[in-house]
Design a binder for this molecule. Structure first.
Ligand code: KG4
Ligand code: ZN
Length: 364
């Protein structure tokens, strides 16, 4: 089954052609980052306007690179939540137009479900159940992936998402937007023991996250040093910050996996590109003998291939959306687009992979 997928939830206009939820035939990503960099963050109105300009050429390029026509596509998928509402509306409305014009089923996809599904593209042998850490610019979630379309959220952030904390701390350190990758590079050169930063704790939940205290500690340290005319070793501060975030993220995942007896662990979202986090997750899984699944770097950030992967499983589980589909700025991961479940499964149902294989070791 060939799915044409569209993603426009933030500052990337993306389209991809994905077959049976597992094979990427094409993936095109047009990023607006250079334009938003001038403002130190995403400007929602500019993002919507750029999506409007870019969506047609990006979708055309994805079809062309897959050597496929719209008529040959079996369904149209789109990220319809969560994200910047003006940005989501561009992709959702364009997908509705395509589905209506070509007479194809329309599959709405939750953006975070898509991030998790990036792992299906990279690891053909990965099948649920597994435990997944999602760390992106807007979300930090610890998710039990029970099935392709059944999720239980064990923990979430009480304030800033991990990526947001990276970007705001990086900005205070003088790095351009989005600062996560610059902070990552600086951390490589730094000594994480030079500055002591608070280890964030959340009362009342062992799996929830909180990163705003850590971010504020970085900003205060820089501010106090500036007032006293003292120099700050930015590389060392970056290394301390990154080590603290990685310890928190890995620690939560480790406790949950031990408590639930899970031996297959995955991660997803832009922050999973972080070299310190990848190393820390690899170390944890090696210690316990757990299978680790990480998306390759191009599939960590926003792209449409991950949306096409998840869309396949959404199509198998749910009735397609109608022409009244609307976008939503926020949406529960567990309850996303709860259209009536299919019963029985559609005729083109095929297990993917054909024979579920044993979950392997780290395949980063
Ligand atoms: O998943 P994503 O592309 O977009 C959202 O859905 O939010 O995540 C973007 C986030 C940004 O905060 C960015 O700074 C962060 O991922 N990021 C990183 C790295 N690469 C991207 N954070 C830390 N280290 C990196 N190497
Ligand atoms: Zn994302």
């Amino acid at each position: 089954m060939k799915i044409l997928a569209i993603e426009s939830s933030c500052d990337e206009t993306a389209a991809a052609l994905v077959e049976n939820g597992r094979q990427v035939r094409s993936s095109v990503v047009n990023t607006q980052i250079p334009e938003h960099q001038k403002y130190g963050g995403v400007v929602p109105e500019i993002a919507s306007r750029r999506h409007i300009e870019n969506i047609v050429p990006v979708v055309d390029a994805a079809l062309q690179q897959a050597d496929c026509t719209l008529a040959q596509v079996d369904a149209i998928a789109v990220t319809a939540a969560p994200g910047l509402i003006g940005a989501l509306l561009v992709g959702t409305n364009y997908a509705k137009g395509l589905a209506l014009a070509a007479g194809k089923p329309l599959i709405p996809v939750h953006h975070i479900r898509g991030h998790i599904a990036a792992n299906y593209l990279a690891h053909p042998q990965l099948t649920p159940p597994f435990l997944c850490l999602v760390a992106s610019g807007g979300h930090t979630l610890l998710v039990q992936v029970e099935d392709y379309t059944r999720f239980t959220v064990l923990g979430t952030t009480r304030d800033d998402a991990a990526g947001e904390a990276f970007d705001k701390s990086a900005r205070a350190m003088g790095f351009p937007y989005p600062g996560g990758k610059y902070l990552d590079a600086a951390a490589h050169r730094g000594d994480p023991s030079r500055y002591k930063l608070p280890h964030p704790k959340v009362e009342g939940s062992s799996y929830d996250f909180s990163f705003s205290g850590l971010k504020t500690a970085v900003i205060n340290l820089l501010h106090n040093a500036a007032q006293k005319g003292e120099a700050v070793a930015i590389d060392d501060l970056a290394a301390s910050f990154q080590q603290t975030v990685c310890q928190v993220l890995t620690g939560h995942l480790e406790r949950a996996a031990l408590q639930l007896g899970v031996t297959a662990v995955a991660a997803a979202g832009g922050v999973c590109a972080n070299s310190g986090l990848r190393a820390s997750l690899e170390g944890m899984c090696a210690r316990h003998g757990w299978g680790l699944y990480l998306p390759p770097l191009p599939l960590c950030g926003d792209n449409a291939a991950m949306i096409g992967a998840q869309a396949y499983y959404e199509y198998l589980a749910y009735q397609p959306a109608g022409m009244d589909l609307n976008a939503a700025a926020s949406m529960d991961l567990e309850e996303a687009f709860t259209a009536p479940r299919r019963q029985p499964l559609p005729a083109d149902w095929q297990q993917s992979p054909e024979e579920p294989q044993e979950i392997g070791k780290s395949l980063t």
